[in-house]
Design a protein around this ligand. Structure first.
Ligand code: GLN
Length: 292
């Protein structure tokens, strides 16, 4: 219902930006614009030229969303979905919000997959969360045979729905890392990819409130030095990997060299690193040779 004198999108936006700025909320303009654009199903750039009054329902919903953002809830949690590469991925409270950083990990994995010439490439994504890496690889490289794991049944439900909705073929398993997978995928994985939890436990309290309070701790906490999952991956992956398999792992800031060294000590050959959009090394690439 539209009431005379009801605010336009432009006015709603101006008011929201003002409140978010005053409350010191990070990225006030982007937050206010993305929420309103998604609510009205228009492009962000169209908002300022919308002078017509909005309906009471739209105004009330936007108000609810802005109050949530004022509590530092991330925009993607408020919406219940996130954009990742060319996908829109549904989220729930148990899935990490897929980050732009991880889009560059997908680029690194795609390069590696494309450089292999062994027919159908079997890919395994460990700890898939909302399915971001696995579903991107399956949709952008449809000839690959993509498998993905997570230890949260709830995340897997979300990831499965995301795969179905985007028409991507991914097989999902509930596992604690590799546990039980050797019966299904022994000696068969060409490319292992993962964005494991890599934040040092003690550092979690210092993260932005949007991350600390809203991302699942289990998707962030990499143990005392942040490297616990890399050690486990290197130690436990071998039975699944083909000779000459590639391993592509997302790493935290400053971790690339250490993770390459950890891999080398465990018998993997360091092959390279891949930077994200800000130029920070974000993925490492290693190769497994089972016959020495
Ligand atoms: N990129 C996340 C952060 O905001 C961490 C994700 C992870 O631990 N893999 O720090």
């Amino acid at each position: 219902m539209v009431q005379t004198g009801a605010p336009s999108a432009r006015q709603l936006l101006r008011n929201a930006v003002e409140r978010l700025t005053q409350a010191d909320i990070p990225e006030p303009v982007a937050s206010a614009e993305v929420l309103l654009a998604e609510l009205l199903c228009v492009r962000r750039s169209e908002l300022v030229s919308r002078e017509e009054p909005q309906t009471n329902e739209e105004i009330a919903l936007y108000e609810t969303w802005i109050s949530r953002r004022l509590q530092r809830e991330p925009v993607q949690r408020i919406l219940g979905y996130a954009y990742f590469r060319n996908l829109r991925l549904e989220l729930d409270g148990y899935t990490l919000i897929p980050r732009p950083d991880t889009e560059s990990v997908v680029d690194a994995a795609l390069e590696v997959i494309e450089s292999r010439d062994d027919g159908t490439c079997r890919v395994l994504d460990l700890g898939t969360g909302s399915g971001a890496i696995a579903i991107s690889l399956a949709s952008e490289q449809p000839s690959s045979d993509v498998h993905a794991t997570d230890n949260s049944e709830s995340s897997l439900r979300v990831a499965r729905r995301n795969a179905v909705r985007t028409g991507s073929k991914v097989r999902f398993y509930r596992t604690d890392l590799f546990m039980g997978l050797d019966a299904l995928l022994a000696n068969s994985v060409d490319v292992l990819v993962s964005n494991p939890p890599y934040v040092r436990s003690a550092q979690i309290e210092t993260l932005a409130q949007e991350v600390r309070d809203w991302d699942p701790r289990t998707a962030l906490d990499g143990g005392p030095d942040g490297l616990g999952f890399y050690r486990r991956i290197f130690a436990e992956a071998a039975p699944l990997l083909k000779n000459m398999a590639d391993v592509v792992l997302e790493v935290g800031d400053g971790q690339a060299e250490t993770v390459l060294e950890l891999g080398q000590c465990a018998g993997y050959e360091p092959m390279g690193r891949h930077t994200d959009l800000t130029g920070t090394p974000r993925a490492v690439w290693l190769r497994w040779r089972s016959w020495g």
